[in-house]
Every structure is written in C-alpha cells, then in structure tokens.
Design a binder for this molecule. Sequence first.
Ligand code: NAD
Length: 293
Amino acid sequence: MATLLKGKEVAEALKQKLTVEVENLKQKGITPGLSIVIVGDRADSAAYIKGAVKRCTEIGIDCRVEELPGDMSQKDFIDDLHRLNNDPAVNGILIMRPLPSQISENAVKYEISPEKDVDCMSPVNVSKIMSGEDGGFAPCTPSAVMEILHHYGIEPEGKRVVVIGRSMVVGRPLSMMLLKEHATITVCHTKTRDLAEETRRAEILVAAAGKARMVKKDMVSKDAIVIDVGINFDEDGKMCGDVDFDEVNPVAGMITPVPGGVGAVTSTILAKHVIEACKVSSLKTMKFMCPKY
Ligand code: NAD
C-alpha cells in the first residue's frame, strides 16, 4: 500500500510555524488582517469561509467577513474593494468566486491591490507565477500541493510530472510552480488524445480535473506519487477525489486521500499568504518612515 500524504499533518506543522510568526509580529504591535468578501448567499462558499476564518483566527490573524448584497452593482462592489485596498488594517483580501453575473470578474481582477491579493486574482500575481518571478501570491490550492511535496521531502527537480487539468485556479499555475522547481511537466486536459499513456509516464501525477474517481490503476505507474486535488461527490453523496483511491493505493508509492489531503491544507496556506502580505506591508511602512531602514 502507498504511504499516505496527510494534509492534516502538513497543515498542523505549517500552523505552528505561522503562529510563532504572528506572535513575533504582535510583539512589534502588528496584527495581520484578512478580509473575506462574499457577494450574496452562496451555500457552497459558507463551509470554506467557516474553515478559513477558524484557521486564520487560531493562528492569530484578525479575520473579518464582508457579506455584500447579491444584487449590488459592479460599481458599488469596486468602490467597496477600493475601500479594502486602502484600509491599512487589511493585509489580505479574498474574494469568493464566482461573483454574481452583474459583476465581471475580468473587471474586478484589475481593481484588487496585487499586494493584498492573497489568492492570485490580479494579473500582476498571475504574471509573476507564470514567469517564475518571486514575490507574487499563487492561488491557495496549487500552493497547498507544493507545501505537501515540500513537507514530505519530495523534490520535483528532474522528475516527470503530469498534471491533469489546465484551469487558472489549479492546473496551470501548479504546472508553472513545478516548472520553477525544475520538474519536466506535461499538462493534460479534455483534448489530450491518450490520457492514460501520458499519466503512466508520471513520477508525480496530479489530478485536478473535477471528475470523480477518473484516475484508475492502469493509468498510474508503480510507486508513482499521486496528488489528488479533486473534490467531488459520488452518486451516494460521498466526497471523493479524481483518483479511484481503492484501486490506485496498492500501485502508487505515495498518495493523498480525499478528504484529508490537499483540501485540508488550503486554509492554512491562505493564512501564510496573509502573513507574508503583512510582513511586506510593514517593511514598506518602516522604509517610508525611516528611509535608512
Ligand atoms: P475546472 O473545471 O475549472 O478545470 C478542470 C480541468 O480539468 C480543465 O482544464 C479540463 O480540461 C480538465 N479535465 C476535465 N475533465 C477531464 C478529463 N476527463 N480528462 C482530462 N482533463 C480533464 O476545475 P478546477 O477549478 O481546476 O478544479 C478541479 C478540481 O479540483 C475540482 O474537483 C475542484 O472541486 C477541485 N478543487 C479542489 C480544491 C482544494 O482545495 N482541494 C480547490 C479548488 C478546486
């Protein structure tokens, strides 16, 4: 059986580190702040927000949720966003997506301050991730995958990595983050001709397609490291990943479960990004007040 890569273990280790960082900041009179923005009632976002607020608060981040009316105009939304951009107590802004139809994500992404954009909505952060530049915020989910690999000492360098999925929230940025760490990447998608032929070549296989249990044992090479990003619900309403865990577990060398894998790490990554944003902002303030700093 494969070694389980446990998201909870990764999240706990990161949480301990971040809690110390926040304590150190608080000793200097600095408290990192996160604002989560939700427009209208979205039941699917509620569970994520609850988990994110709990985790960030435990770490010591000042966390608030801005619940905005579902019928608000794009102009009013952007005005609210500018208010958060200019609020010194807010270091990170997380906008829950999708936004209602009258608010264009394409318009909003140019308005969020890149320094506070902790989930990679701004084209500035997207560009930094795509070009491999330091200092940008990647989306939380691919960052969670990287955190799991690092925690378990898995080096992407030189490895054949296959990523199933090319979305802007998971597959595409993750591919670039792995490339930055010198992996050899194949990105698969719905038009890939022979998916199994590609995935069988993977030393690290990442599934981010959103198709319940689509990765079967004949698609995985012996001892491969399998990272399952998918969150799906089967016909019985049971949560499952994109990987058929029971089939693949005996073949793989290491595997993330669902639940308890990548999803268990994302809210702690959010906290990490808020703390990074806070540190950059306080350094800028100090440089402004004391140019020699
Ligand atoms: P998406 O629908 O935007 O993108 C899916 C991608 O997979 C597309 O690029 C598509 O081409 C590819 N794809 C779909 N079916 C395929 C197939 N049969 N063969 C090959 N490629 C295929 O989805 P997303 O937002 O990127 O999310 C992917 C999955 O990750 C979903 O299950 C989602 O719920 C999950 N997710 C998990 C977390 C987490 O915290 N663990 C966060 C975000 C998304």
